[in-house]
Design a protein around this ligand. Structure first.
Ligand code: SF4
Length: 226
C-alpha cells in the first residue's frame, strides 16, 4: 500500500532526525527504500515539512525542562493494566508512541505524527486514547498529560487541553477496553460497524449504512394539503 509505505517512511525520517541523524542523510536513506518514482515524489513533498517541525521541537526543548525524550517508544500492558514487555505473551494491549517528552514537573506530552488529511473537529484525546492508557500505566508518577497531533503535510501541531490521570482511568481505560472487545467480537463473529467520530476519517463512510444513519438526520417530506 503506497499510503502506508509513505507514512512509514516519513515516520522513519522523523525518528532518525530526532535521534540525531542529520536531516539530509535521513531523507536520502529513507527515500531510497521507496519502490516507485511517484512514491518518492510524494515523500519529497511531505519531507519539506520536516525541517520546520525539527526546528520547532528544538525551540520547545530549550524553553521547557525536559527530563526525557521518548522516540518510537514501545509499550505494552497486561489485562490488569500492569506493564509488561512489548513482545511478551501476556501483553494484552501494545502500542508504539511516536514522540513523547517527560518534563521535570511530572507532565508528559505525547505526540502522534499523521501523514493523512487533517479533519478538524474530532477529539484529540479520543484519537490518542490508547497511547494515553499505555503511557499512564508506564509512567505512574505523571500528574498531567498533554496529547498532540502533528499534521505533517500542514506543518501544524494541535494540542488537547491538559488531562489528569483520573480522566485516563475513568474514561479512556473503559473506552479502550470496549473498543478492544468490539474488535475481538468482530474477529470471531465477522466485521460489524462501530459508528463514531472515526467515521469522518473512514474511506467507507459514503457506503456504510451505520455511518450514514449516525451522520445524517432523516428528512421527512409531507404532502402539501393546500
Ligand atoms: S464509516 Fe462505517 S465502517 Fe467506517 S468507521 Fe464508521 S461505522 Fe466503521
Amino acid at each position: 500500500m503506497p499510503e502506508a509505505r509513505i507514512g512509514k517512511a516519513v515516520h522513519k525520517v522523523l525518528e532518525l532526525v530526532l535521534m540525531g541523524t542529520p536531516l539530509d542523510e535521513a531523507l536520502t536513506t529513507v527515500r531510497a527504500e521507496l519502490p516507485t518514482d511517484s512514491e518518492q515524489r510524494r515523500f519529497d513533498h511531505l519531507g519539506t515539512a520536516i525541517p520546520s517541525f525539527v526546528a520547532r521541537v528544538g525551540q520547545f526543548r530549550r524553553r521547557r525542562r525536559v527530563a526525557r525524550q521518548l522516540v518510537e517508544y514501545s509499550l505494552a500492558v497486561r489485562e490488569d493494566l500492569s506493564v509488561t514487555q512489548f513482545y511478551s505473551g501476556d501483553a494484552y494491549y501494545r502500542g508504539v508512541l511516536d514522540l513523547g517528552y517527560l518534563f521535570e514537573d511530572d507532565a508528559l506530552a505525547l505526540l502522534d505524527h499523521k501523514t493523512g488529511v487533517r479533519l478538524p473537529g474530532s477529539s484529540i484525546v479520543d484519537q490518542l486514547e490508547g497511547y494515553g492508557v499505555l503511557a499512564a500505566a508506564a509512567f505512574r508518577h505523571v500528574k498531567t498529560f498533554w496529547f498532540g497531533i502533528h499534521w505533517i503535510a500542514e506543518r501544524a501541531v494541535e494540542w488537547s487541553a491538559p488531562v489528569k490521570p483520573s480522566v485516563v482511568l475513568d474514561r479512556l481505560v473503559p473506552d479502550l477496553l470496549d473498543n478492544i472487545e468490539a474488535a475481538a467480537l468482530a474477529v470471531s463473529d465477522g466485521p460489524r460497524p462501530n459508528p463514531g467520530p472515526y467515521c469522518d476519517r473512514c474511506s467507507y463512510r459514503d457506503r456504510c449504512p451505520a455511518s450514514k444513519e449516525l451522520r445524517y438526520e432523516p428528512v421527512e417530506y409531507y404532502e402539501d394539503d393546500e
